[in-house]
Design a protein around this ligand. Structure first.
Ligand code: UTP
Length: 293
């Protein structure tokens, strides 16, 4: 039986980021910062805090800056050290040391399911986490660790879910099944973006998973679905027919940073908790809300 310890994570970051044009014309969406930390760094930090050792980044043409971000920048670090700015040099070096990053190209953006399948040769026959590159989850215990604990205890794949208003089910993959306890469901069906009257529940999958390697066979058998893309949700439906699949209502606040309003929400929330910025940001917000400008 394969080990149940979750050591590897896949971060799909090969999408086109069309909701964020024109910003994403020449820079990857994942490199847009929340205050001063690129979105993707927040995601990698969650994986590392969850105990992940190897991060498999699914990338694409014109996304080299993501790989560079997690490497050393010798020129910058050396120049900062010569100017006695050792703390800033350390900020840069620390990112380079954060994890073992393995990048795999998805040559065509054929969907999230296809992106995950690109990681199969690197993952091999062990369970792994998936974290979407534009979903930020702020929580005391990293969301990926919460899911890994369920996998390690139950020996079953698990998707992280959050409750959404009925009117919003058409924005997400939605799960249905039997409740095992108020936070855990045994999933028997998943529907990609159902209209509110077709949704099996209000439990939506924002972008965190811990999956058995059997998902790769399911992905290989999955035909293009909604939008002509190979959907991870469709492969999970197949997995649920073959193995136990759970949904866990994780603790934490989720921000859809690939959406403009979600991005602004995350920026304000993260800026307000930075002691050196909080009062300045409050003043700026008051000024705008009072219509002074
Ligand atoms: P999204 O649909 O949110 O991202 O996919 P997108 O395609 O980049 O953005 P929009 O919708 O055009 O604005 C969810 C995640 O899956 C990745 C994306 O990079 C994102 O992190 N993805 C999506 C891939 O890696 N490959 C794909 O073919 C599609």
């Amino acid at each position: 039986m394969p080990s149940t310890k979750i050591r590897k994570a896949v971060i799909p970051a090969a999408g086109l980021g069309t909701r964020f044009l024109p910003a994403t014309k020449a820079i990857p969406k994942e490199m847009i910062p929340i205050v001063d930390v690129p979105m993707i760094q927040h995601i990698v930090e969650e994986a590392v805090r969850a105990g992940i050792e190897d991060v498999v980044l699914i990338t694409a043409r014109h996304k080299e800056s993501i790989e560079n971000h997690f490497d050393y920048n010798y020129e910058l670090e050396d120049s900062l050290e010569k100017k006695q700015k050792n703390d800033l040099a350390e900020v840069s070096k620390k990112i380079g040391k954060m994890c073992n990053l393995i990048s795999v190209r998805q040559k065509n953006p054929m969907g999230l399911g296809h992106a995950v399948l690109c990681a199969a040769p690197v993952i091999g026959n062990e369970p792994f986490a998936v974290l979407l590159g534009d979903d930020l989850i702020d929580s005391k215990v990293p969301c990926t660790r919460q899911l890994a604990e369920i996998y390690e205890k139950e020996g079953a794949s698990v998707v992280g879910v959050m409750e959404v208003p009925q009117a919003e089910t058409s924005k997400y993959g939605i799960v249905g099944g039997n409740m095992l306890n108020p936070k855990l469901m045994h999933v028997d069906r998943l529907v990609e973006k159902p209209s509110p009257d077709q949704a099996p529940s209000r439990w939506a999958i924002p972008g965190r998973y811990v999956l058995s390697p059997k998902i790769f066979d399911c992905l290989r058998e999955t035909k293009p679905g909604k939008g002509g893309e190979i959907q991870l949700t469709d492969a999970l439906q197949l997995l649920a027919q073959r193995e136990k699949l759970l949904a866990y209502a994780f603790e934490g606040t989720r921000y859809d940073t690939g959406d403009r309003l979600g991005f602004i929400d995350a920026t304000l929330a993260f800026a307000l908790r930075r002691p050196e910025l909080a009062s300045g940001v409050r003043d700026i917000m008051k000024k705008h809300l009072n219509g002074v400008v």
